[in-house]
Design a protein around this ligand. Sequence first.
Ligand SMILES: C[S@@+](CC[C@H](N)C(=O)[O-])C[C@H]1O[C@@H](n2cnc3c(N)ncnc32)[C@H](O)[C@@H]1O
Ligand code: SF4
Length: 433
Amino acid sequence: MKIVCKLFIVVILFLLKGITMIPVIAKYMLSRSFSKINFTFKPLDWQESDFNGSKFGLYLHVPFCRMFCSFCPFYKVLYDEKLKKKYIEGVKREVKLRDLKGNANWLYIGGGTPNLLKAEEIREILVYLREFMELKDVGMEGNPFEFAPEYLEKIGDAGVTKISMGVETFQSDALKAVKRAKANEHLVDKIVDVAQKIGISVNIDLMVGLPKQSLEGCLKDIETIANIGPDQVTIYPYLMIPGVMADPGADPLNMFKTIESAWDVLKENGYKRDSIWVFAKSNRIYDSAKDELVCDYFGLGPAAFSTLGNIQTVNPPIELYLHTLKNGKRLAFYTQLDENAKAWRAFAHELYKLQLDPEVCDKLPLSVKIVLQILRATGYVKGFNVTNKGRYLVHEITKTAIETLPFPLNKPNRIKNISEYEEILKKVKLQDA
Ligand SMILES: C[S@@+](CC[C@H](N)C(=O)[O-])C[C@H]1O[C@@H](n2cnc3c(N)ncnc32)[C@H](O)[C@@H]1O
Ligand code: SF4
């Protein structure tokens, strides 16, 4: 009898241990499903007109920056007037070659720094896109230094409905440490005021966990931004995506706690929490990551991702992008996502929103449904809502999902035929030199 009792206790302890390990297991499953994704660099010779009229989005990558902030892993090159002109021609060639048609539900113009393009150039691209398809909501990222009032008026007139700008922090030491110029609060206030008067909604990006950034100072940043009153505030924990150059100034738990305290401030100022890091006053949400995770979308420009069903492609860097398009061809990194990776991505997205969609959950495979049930049993999720206790798990899962995303340009070991790719890149660089 004694032995049976002991055995029973051991089994119970084992199960309890297993259950407490669930968050760790969920994180592991997610990063494992991404870690299997490998790309082949190859010509793409299909036309994309099959998507006519169906639900899709568009992303345009504008890779230019005047300075490189050391926290930023996104694909970018130094701004150059001549290269910019070639880039605009390249984008037009790509749109034509891919035979894009139909109704785009959204367009995000991201970067890099899209507002290094003149307002007339933004209009030129939008007019060209509209020759091929309907555009609904148009969002555009940018740097606060390039959003002059006349610029905002012109892009509003060209059809931009929402903008997002990086403020990151007002703390001078932290900005110095990441080699970024400071946008002072008067400049930010003016942009928000002018944009909102024109009917453009504004998101402001802040970051927590930068080197030399004080966490108390982050709360002051939030108070300043809440007083300015943009339509939306996104607070990113510093994400260690391959390609970032600066060390973090805080650990993930303290970054999370700071975001939670920021939420208290934002709540008092009329913001609702739209997802784990996004707080908004209106329904016109600027969240390209959210749309890109769940929709089919065509990515235009160098290094842009596209997701079409199970297929994912990533455009090459700018020199190769321009060269191949000039010759009427497309070369890109190509992969096919397996059902498992797609299911874990969909689940991560549901958690990210903090409110799960019952229809999406219903379609998840059994393995993911079991994890969801255990999250419910352990109090991380109640019904279809992430609980207060569950928010740290979601913070961790989203961080892991983004940090393990397979960017082939940042992670060359993800390219199966890397030597072939490097050979082509070298040839093109020599030819264009
Ligand atoms: C691609 S950047 C474009 C913003 C624009 N170029 C600017 O400088 O204002 C968009 C946002 O990504 C966020 N970001 C960049 N690197 C990040 C990282 N390593 N971790 C978290 N957020 C990051 C920053 O908040 C940044 O404003
Ligand atoms: S944060 Fe903006 S300006 Fe800084 S490197 Fe990234 S894209 Fe360029």
